[in-house]
Each structure stands twice: as structure tokens, then as C-alpha cells.
Design a protein around this ligand. Structure first.
Ligand SMILES: [Zn+2]
Length: 127
């Protein structure tokens, strides 16, 4: 539907939409642009060459549980398919967690604050 960015889907949820289908999480993941609890992360950036941290410490996907940013960056740099797959899995896990958080925010009557938090995170420049 072309409503792939987290802030766009959050806005749509606020309008009552609860079904989404977009390539953005997997396409971005395949290319090393990863959504994290701290904002966007461009895995191909030189700064991650020796970074031993997971892509997102708050994430429980296979890539974050088992590999460092440096290793995942290496996979992307050499166009190893595992890097693309782990990136796509990470972004899908991020979106699923985001939707779980949205449901909890609606249930707890704090969706407006949740939406503001999502937009604040999205306004951070990619790193
Ligand atoms: Zn992850």
C-alpha cells in the first residue's frame, strides 16, 4: 500500500487501519538500512566496521542475538546473501514489535503519546 515507514503505519493505525502490506521492511533490510529502537542504522557505514554491538540491543531477532554490527556489515559489503536475509528478518521483527507496542498503547489509552514517540524516533537522522 506504500505506507511502509513506521511513522506512516502508526498514523494509519490511529485512523483505524489494521492491515498492512509493504516491501519497505524487507527491501531496506536486504540493503542494510535497519530500523532500530534508537533510529535508522545504515549498516554499510564505515563506523560499524569494528563495532561488536548488536544492531539493536533491544531486538531478539537472530541477527541481533548472534552477530555483531561488524559481522553483519561485512556480510553486506561482500554481498553475502545471509546479510540480506538477516537484515530483512531484523526489520520484520522490528515491525512486529512496533505493532505489538501499538496494540498495547491503544489498550492502555496512551496511543497519542506512543504516536508522538514514533515520530520523534523517525525524525532522527540515519546513522
Ligand atoms: Zn534484530
Amino acid at each position: 500500500m506504500g505506507i511502509g515507514r513506521p511513522e506512516d503505519s502508526t498514523d494509519a493505525i490511529g485512523r483505524g487501519i489494521d492491515l498492512f502490506d509493504c516491501v519497505l521492511p524487507t527491501r531496506n533490510g536486504r540493503h542494510g538500512l535497519l530500523f532500530t529502537s534508537e533510529g535508522l542504522l545504515r549498516l554499510r557505514n564505515q563506523r560499524y566496521r569494528d563495532d561488536p554491538r548488536p544492531v539493536d540491543p533491544a531486538c531478539d531477532c537472530p541477527g541481533c542475538r548472534h552477530y555483531s554490527r561488524a559481522y553483519l556489515r561485512h556480510l553486506h559489503q561482500i554481498d553475502e546473501m545471509l546479510g540480506a536475509r538477516l537484515g530483512a528478518l531484523h526489520n520484520l521483527r522490528f515491525y512486529l514489535r512496533r505493532l505489538q507496542d501499538a496494540r498495547a498503547a491503544i489498550r492502555d489509552a496512551r496511543f497519542a503519546a506512543f504516536r508522538a514517540q514514533v515520530h520523534e524516533l523517525a525524525s532522527r537522522s540515519p546513522s
